[in-house]
Ligand binder design. Structure first.
Ligand code: NAD
Ligand code: MG
Length: 296
């Protein structure tokens, strides 16, 4: 048996500062410096999701890409949703899923459109031959210095993508989800400790926390578990596409107890846990992966 290494977690992955950079929304992971680590070269599966069928939103990049790689290597067939602009990132993920010997399905489209959410779920269910994991990870973030700078059109957009799409996607999926299925949402440390410049974003993440806890109570009678992952600062495209105020990228993640940002690969294990039967007695919970910031 190969021994696991014991390392100082504050020194793992990329520590220190990041080069300043900016991209238009929704950005491409392949154009970031450094490219986020989604576990492409490291995640090893052990059959925890063998035969499962997962739909992952935002799966082209960042946290959801790490989940997609891990799910495939654990034995699941995986459908990913993303925006058409992100096709090249999505093609990389498709190849990684297929290299793991699993079926990969690409479903581009805009989650702020209710009809698209329904169509996405139907297509995933039909082409995967069922659906028993919903990992709802996609999200928008934009930093504004003042409340007076936030355009109303953006408020509509961010609540549609981050919050309303969860209702539309879960409503469409419920007829297909069997007992034992798992729904995982993606909230944030921002739900608990909002930054002053993320006033458009943080309340959407608080809404996701309440949505998750309430839905968990509602769906356990149908044998479906619902939990949420609450990340802290993680190095992903979202952050370099307006997610931080201009000039802030070099400081990204430096103020958490670990004094470094996290990498998407560091979240994969919890997305796997919450999808798998290993979490058979867990529902309505929020898992902080924050580099030590409290969620309470
Ligand atoms: P990311 O940019 O890799 O992922 C976000 C994804 O959302 C994009 O890839 C895109 O495909 C998708 N998306 C955005 N708008 C969409 C739309 N209108 N329709 C369909 N898809 C759309 O960044 P990430 O950081 O991995 O983000 C994943 C989730 O993690 C988000 O919900 C984000 O709020 C949350 N989160 C991230 C951090 C962080 O520091 N990176 C911290 C807390 C929470
Ligand atoms: Mg992306």
């Amino acid at each position: 048996m190969i021994q696991t290494t014991v390392e100082d977690p504050t020194k793992e992955y990329t520590s220190g500062s990041y080069p300043n950079q900016e991209q238009p929304y929704p950005g491409l992971q392949s154009r970031m410096t450094p490219i986020p680590n989604c576990g492409e070269d490291t995640y090893k599966g052990s059959g925890k999701l063998l035969g499962r069928k997962a739909l992952i939103t935002g799966g082209d990049s960042g946290i959801a890409r790490a989940a997609a790689i891990a799910y495939a290597r654990e034995g699941a067939d995986v459908a990913i949703n993303y925006l058409p602009y992100e096709q090249s990132d999505a093609e990389e993920v498709k190849k990684l899923i297929e290299d793991a010997g699993r079926k990969a399905l690409l479903i581009p489209g805009d989650l702020s459109d209710e009809a698209f959410c329904e169509q996405m779920v139907d297509q995933a269910n039909q082409e995967l031959g069922g659906l028993d994991i919903l990992a709802l990870v996609a999200g928008v973030q934009h930093a504004y210095k003042s409340i007076t700078d936030i355009p109303t059109t953006f408020l509509h957009k961010i609540f549609a993508v981050n919050v309303f799409s969860l209702y539309w996607t879960v409503k469409a999926a419920l007829p297909y989800l069997p007992k034992g299925a798992s729904i995982i949402t993606t909230s944030s440390v921002q739900a608990y400790s909002p930054s002053p410049d993320l006033l458009a974003y943080s309340p959407t993440k608080s809404a996701i926390v309440a949505f998750t806890k309430g839905l968990a109570k509602q769906l356990i009678s149908q044998g479906i578990r619902v939990n949420s992952v609450a990340p802290g600062p993680i190095w992903t495209p979202l952050q370099v596409c307006g997610g931080q105020l201009p000039g802030q990228i070099p400081n990204f993640g430096q103020s958490v107890p670990f004094k470094r940002a996290g990498q998407p690969a560091e979240l994969a294990g919890v997305y796997v846990l919450l999808a798998s039967n290993e979490s058979s007695y867990i529902t309505g919970q929020i898992y902080g992966i924050t580099g030590g910031l409290p969620i309470a």
